[in-house]
Design a protein around this ligand. Structure first.
Ligand SMILES: *[C@@H]1O[C@H](CO)[C@@H](O)[C@H](O)[C@H]1NC(C)=O
Ligand SMILES: *[C@@H]1O[C@H](CO)[C@@H](O)[C@H](O)[C@H]1NC(C)=O
Ligand SMILES: *[C@@H]1O[C@H](CO)[C@@H](O)[C@H](O)[C@H]1NC(C)=O
Ligand SMILES: *[C@@H]1O[C@H](CO)[C@@H](O)[C@H](O)[C@H]1NC(C)=O
Ligand SMILES: *[C@@H]1O[C@H](CO)[C@@H](O)[C@H](O)[C@H]1NC(C)=O
Ligand SMILES: *[C@@H]1O[C@H](CO)[C@@H](O)[C@H](O)[C@H]1NC(C)=O
Ligand SMILES: *[C@@H]1O[C@H](CO)[C@@H](O)[C@H](O)[C@H]1NC(C)=O
Ligand SMILES: CC(=O)N[C@H]1CO[C@H](CO)[C@@H](O)[C@@H]1O
Length: 431
């Protein structure tokens, strides 16, 4: 590593002067590549598949302004090779004991896509598997067709996984326990499956699961606790990533209903979902720190500032604009995204992240955090291409114009020095 010049060291150390960096495409590609390299757990691969859809195949993302279901007609596997890779890996890792044989058909009994104590995590891969099915005509991998594996996963959720007394499908296999994470992993899969199969009952179930999770986890502030009910692990804290998982999951269900033929029949459900998403964003906004991040536990300023949850929250605030729901959250989302971007190092790692395997602690790397950055920039780029709605221009738009690699807000620094600083940092970041 080269030593920095004293000038740069001085300026770089003063975070109030350098308030934001906007990732270049080349650095964003590194973020993407790191995402691909370091994912391993079921929900990480599932989250990555969604990030890939939103960034590489946006016409197939439920956020697409054209119907995301229309292009499925005649879709070839070669057109979505990165999604096929993930789906194929998943089926290859699917437990042998649960694969279909001539004597037993596990599609009917229902089984998880992957062996996992978390019933709710493997379904995050369900949409990737359904897309693989559509584009390969139910090709058999490791003894089961993609479509049959997806149906088996659905049946497992609907008929095998424990439920709370209210009917919420547990996040865990062994007991009824609700985790906010689940709202990103399960309801969007139920909704996507439902629309593919013109099944309004199942679509309603996707909505109802969001509602039931909210009933249990939502606290007076409007923010959600992380893990409640059951025994063992509990986390009543208002975990930033969990709140972002929930908000994003509900927005994806909203978008899936919007893209379906049930949008007008289910307009009140869509209103609820929209209100539940904005409830979380409204409640978290006031906690964004002066340097643009959320604490790992949103209302606890003794917990570290977490870039990972902040990135997903930013993605969702920007999506509310690109989906034409509201531009209200654009300024704060850009503030979050700018701050998050400044924590991405030159090899493309998001730093200062919550440890994905020990949610109360700071960690060094985060597979899901990498995906969140990819999602946030996919949202940002679309927002930019749609004319930057909700930007009042100037200081509420720290990412600057889409063509500039770096933007330095003045904060009292004369413009000339700001420009010089931008130039120095621009060069420095490429070393
Ligand atoms: C997740 O994907 C990686 C490859 O990117 C693979 O090595 C790993 O086995 C997958 N994990 C699961 C649980 O399938
Ligand atoms: C949002 O509005 C813009 C401009 O009217 C339109 O082009 C776009 O398709 C809309 N997006 C959605 C998701 O409806
Ligand atoms: C297993 O059952 C499903 C659902 O009835 C069916 O679509 C599939 O063809 C069956 N697979 C085999 C190998 O019998
Ligand atoms: C899988 O794809 C086939 C068409 O190739 C379709 O008939 C079937 O319904 C799909 N299965 C699922 C679960 O979507
Ligand atoms: C909708 O999906 C549910 C759950 O798989 C199933 O029980 C029901 O028969 C489906 N309805 C229709 C009309 O296909
Ligand atoms: C944390 O918040 C409390 C209450 O708002 C405030 O008094 C305190 O100064 C804050 N501490 C830090 C480290 O920001
Ligand atoms: C970026 O962060 C990762 C993860 O902490 C680390 O392995 C890598 O060395 C860092 N790169 C630089 C240039 O510091
Ligand atoms: C992951 C999963 O669904 N495993 C199941 C495989 O099948 C056995 C026997 O039916 C079940 O006990 C496991 O839970």
């Amino acid at each position: 590593m080269r030593s920095k010049t004293p000038l740069v060291a001085f300026l770089a150390a003063s975070s109030s002067l350098v308030s934001a960096t906007h990732l270049t495409d080349s650095l964003l590609n590194k973020v993407y590549n790191v995402m691909n390299e370091i994912n391993s757990a079921s929900w990480e691969n599932g989250t990555k598949s969604i990030a890939i859809l939103e960034s590489k195949y946006p016409d197939l993302s439920v956020y697409s302004s054209n119907s995301p279901f229309q292009p499925l007609d005649g879709l070839q596997s070669g057109q979505i090779s990165e999604i096929i890779d993930i789906a194929q890996t998943t089926l290859n890792n699917r437990p042998k004991s649960n694969t279909t044989t001539s004597s037993s058909n596990s599609t009917l009994s229902g089984s998880s896509l992957l062996e996992d104590g978390a019933a709710g995590d493997p379904p995050s891969l369900g949409i990737a598997v359904l897309l693989a099915n559509v584009s390969t005509d139910n090709e058999v991998v490791n003894g089961i067709g993609y479509g049959d594996a997806a149906t088996s996963q659905l049946n497992h959720l609907l008929y095998n996984v424990p439920r709370t007394s209210s009917g919420a499908i547990s996040h865990r296999e062994d007991q009824a326990q609700l985790w906010s994470d689940n709202v990103f992993m399960v309801p969007p899969f139920l909704a996507y499956y439902a629309v593919l199969h013109n099944n309004q009952t199942l679509l309603q179930e996707a909505y109802r699961q969001c509602s039931l999770y909210r009933d249990t986890l939502r606290q007076d502030s409007g923010l959600w606790a992380h893990i409640l009910l059951g025994t063992g692990t509990h986390d009543s804290g208002l975990w930033a990533t969990g709140n972002a998982w929930a908000a994003t999951g509900m927005l994806r269900v909203w978008a899936t209903i919007k893209a379906s033929s049930y949008a007008s029949a289910m307009s009140s459900q869509m209103d609820d979902l929209k209100n539940w998403v904005t409830e979380i964003l409204d409640a978290s906004q006031g906690y964004i720190t002066s340097d643009g991040l959320l604490h790992n536990y949103i209302n606890d300023n003794s917990s570290f500032k977490d870039t990972s949850g902040s990135a997903l929250m930013a993605a969702t605030g920007i999506r509310l604009s690109t989906l034409n729901i509201t531009d209200t959250y654009v300024p704060d989302s850009l503030k979050l995204l700018a701050a998050v971007s400044s924590y991405i190092n030159s090899t493309g790692y998001l730093t200062q992240v919550v440890n994905p395997y020990d949610f109360s602690k700071q960690g060094t790397i985060s597979p899901e955090g990498q995906s969140f950055v990819v999602m946030a920039y996919a949202a940002y780029k679309e927002w930019d291409s749609l004319g930057r709605k909700g930007s009042t221009s100037g200081n509420d738009d720290p990412l600057g114009s889409s063509s500039s690699a770096f933007k330095v807000t003045s904060g009292g620094v004369p413009a000339l020095l700001g420009g010089l600083l931008a130039a120095i940092l621009g060069v420095w970041s490429m070393i």
